[in-house]
Design a protein around this ligand. Structure first.
Ligand SMILES: [Zn+2]
Ligand SMILES: [Zn+2]
Length: 140
């Protein structure tokens, strides 16, 4: 099963378990988030989902965040994006250009190992977020 479908099904299950009724606007937000390979802002979600309405989009994002299905990503400045949290724990981190706001995802096994070493030193880690800031090739 692709991660995209896996996440959508996981989302449907958590929503049902939480006793929330199925809503078409929320379902459209879920489908859009499922297709993304990286973070997308609330404004981008709103723009992509014509006819849903901004308040509804924001409420849906908030619910998905509360359910632990998406997490907020710091995109530098005061910008935030949202991206799905895979049930497998598979994830990536971000490099942000502080000039133009471009965001590049990256994965680094050595970094993950280092983070899990901290775990072994007796601090119970739940989640982690790593965002690197700098200037992209176009801006530097
Ligand atoms: Zn991302
Ligand atoms: Zn990580």
């Amino acid at each position: 099963m692709s991660e995209e479908n896996e996440w959508s099904e996981y989302a449907a299950r958590l929503i049902a378990d939480a006793g929330l009724r199925r809503s078409t606007p929320r379902q459209r937000v879920i489908e859009l988030l499922a297709e993304q390979s990286c973070a997308i802002t609330a404004l981008q979600i709103d723009a992509a989902l014509d006819g849903v309405g901004r308040a509804t989009v924001y409420r849906a994002i908030e619910q998905l965040e509360e359910l632990g299905l998406v997490h907020k990503v710091d995109l530098g400045g005061s910008a935030f994006g949202y991206e799905k949290l895979e049930p497998s724990g598979h994830h990536h981190h971000h490099i942000v250009c502080d000039d133009c706001g471009k965001v590049e995802p990256f994965e680094d096994e050595a970094l993950e190992d280092a983070i899990h070493d901290i775990h072994r030193k007796g601090f119970k880690l739940e989640t982690h977020e790593v965002t690197l800031h700098g200037h992209c090739a176009d801006c530097s």
